[in-house]
Ligand binder design. Structure first.
Ligand SMILES: [Cu+2]
Length: 494
């Protein structure tokens, strides 16, 4: 259903439909439902880009309240896993066993989901696997997947949006001999980047307080940060760099481009390298998605500047109407490199649609069926307007039973919706089979293994995967306000 039709229906039949009490209890009027993405506050680009600390297996993580800010010289309240707004960037070798001792220093429940790591269900951070306040849990798993960039963040149902927005997230890089053999730019020439939009109070602390309307469109900030700093810059040499970009935002989509208009090269995605490099001039990156990019600063003049920015884009409602700069690169050293881009990066055997044993269809969006049925506890929310096949999340209900080792096509149908939904599956990587409607094509970073796919309004996207891990997992929209509003289901592989 389109949002405007939904709101009309809701307005005419609120009482009859027994929509949750919070909806009726005066904390909203209909105008509050029509939120728009806030205008971006452009920064000065005078803060050096921070690099989150590097960590390996054994490093302890402690979710806790702390003082800090994304604005230089300020200090307010936020959440962190160690000393900064973002957790450390963990690096691990394919085949190794990783143990991350975790303590919950918050006042409420939390846990860790290893987004993009194929871990056993008991380690995956399912919303029923909570670590209570003051308690600890040892996350331990063997890394058994291609090299690439994953990330980690909390997954407590109806609290994920707040905890991630307030600062709990970090990057996780998987390395392998195969990838090292390609001699991609590394060390100081490899820049992991988490892009997030934030809202900041007068003291510099973070603010998470979505209105009803912001649950509808997702909670967006006016302050764009990279690695926890607003409007940073990075000095670079006149050579090729590898940028590993994570969209760690709750709801904001970025249409990544260079201010010069120059092309850049996509070499990887959520689940590692693409089969071959893909040159692009822009790339739409949704919350939860990663893009592994090569940027060549070699053509630039000494002391030249170029911005990574988000270009305006259409189809996603109020977000996308404004272009804005994200960070600045300053070329201040002349350096040549002998890097030669390989024509083939890796081999990804295509899962053929003909081999699928089953196709499941999921209608994603807003519906009256879910409205009012979602138990929201103390939290102000639209209470279950965002649904998958008309259902909101229920902790114990198994929505999809999948035979182990089945190859299946899952179709996410947003043909009748008017909100973008980045759909994320736990416990498996998938390949994109097709996109009908809207953009009508598979875009550059979708040509490899994915765990999150953007389904824009009007689109229907088919993905294919082999379910090789037994257990109970969730799949959900990675617009975190939609997820917290109930847009998540369980699937059981057995
Ligand atoms: Cu969504």
């Amino acid at each position: 259903m389109k949002r405007i039709e939904f709101l009309k229906t809701l307005g005419l039949s609120t009482v009859g439909l027994a929509v949750s009490e919070s909806l009726l209890s005066g904390c909203m009027d209909m105008s509050e439902m029509n939120a728009v993405a806030p205008d971006i506050m452009q920064g000065a680009f005078t803060t050096p880009l921070p690099t989150p600390e590097m960590a390996v297996s054994g490093t302890s993580l402690n979710a806790h309240g702390m003082s800090g800010s994304v604005m230089p010289g300020k200090s307010g309240s936020m959440l962190g896993y160690r000393n900064g707004i973002l957790g450390p960037t963990i690096r691990a070798e394919r085949g190794s066993v990783v143990t991350m001792p975790f303590t919950n220093g918050l006042t409420g429940e939390t846990n860790i989901h290893w987004h993009g790591l194929l871990v056993p269900p008991a380690m995956d951070g399912h919303p029923e696997q909570m670590v209570k306040a003051g308690q600890s849990f040892n996350y331990t798993f063997r890394i058994d997947q291609p090299a690439g960039m994953a990330w980690y963040h909390p997954h407590p149902h109806m609290e994920t949006g707040r905890q991630v927005f307030m600062g709990l997230a970090g990057m996780f890089i998987v390395e392998s001999p195969e990838e090292r053999a390609l001699k991609l730019p590394s060390g100081e020439y490899e820049i992991p980047m988490v892009i997030q939009d934030k809202r900041v109070d007068a003291s510099g602390g973070l603010v998470y307080n979505p209105t009803m309307g912001e649950v509808m469109i997702g909670y967006m900030g006016d302050t764009i940060t990279v690695n926890g700093a607003h409007a940073p810059y990075r000095s670079v040499s006149s050579r090729t760099y590898r940028l590993r970009v994570l969209n760690g935002s709750n709801a904001r989509i970025y249409n990544l481009a260079l201010s010069s208009g120059d092309p850049f090269t996509v070499i990887g995605s959520d689940g590692g390298l693409l089969p071959s490099p893909e040159p692009v001039t822009n790339l739409l990156l949704a919350p939860g998605e990663r893009a592994d990019l090569l940027l060549d600063f070699g053509k630039m003049n000494l002391n030249g500047e170029v911005f990574l920015q988000s270009n305006p884009f259409s189809g996603a409602d109020s977000q996308g109407r404004q272009g804005f700069k994200i960070m600045k690169f300053v070329v201040d050293k002349t350096e040549s490199d002998s890097f030669a881009l390989p024509l083939t990066l890796t081999n990804i055997p295509a899962l053929s649609a003909a081999s699928a044993a089953k196709t499941r269809t999921f209608d994603i969006g807003i519906s009256m069926e879910g409205s009012g049925k979602h138990k929201m506890g103390k939290k102000k929310s639209m209470a279950g307007m965002h649904t998958i096949n008309g259902k909101t999340f229920s902790m114990d209900r198994i929505d999809e039973a999948v035979p182990l080792n089945n190859v299946e096509i899952w179709e996410f149908n947003n043909a009748n919706g008017d909100e973008p939904h980045p759909m994320h599956m736990h416990g498996t990587f998938f390949q994109i089979v097709s996109r009908a409607g809207g953009r009508n094509k598979i875009v550059a970073h979708e040509k490899g293994w994915k765990d999150t796919v953007l389904v824009m309004p009007g689109e229907s996207v088919r993905v294919i995967t082999k379910f090789e891990r037994a257990g109970k997992f969730v799949f959900h929209c990675h617009n975190l306000e939609h997820e917290d509003d109930g847009m998540m289901l369980n699937f059981q592989v057995s």
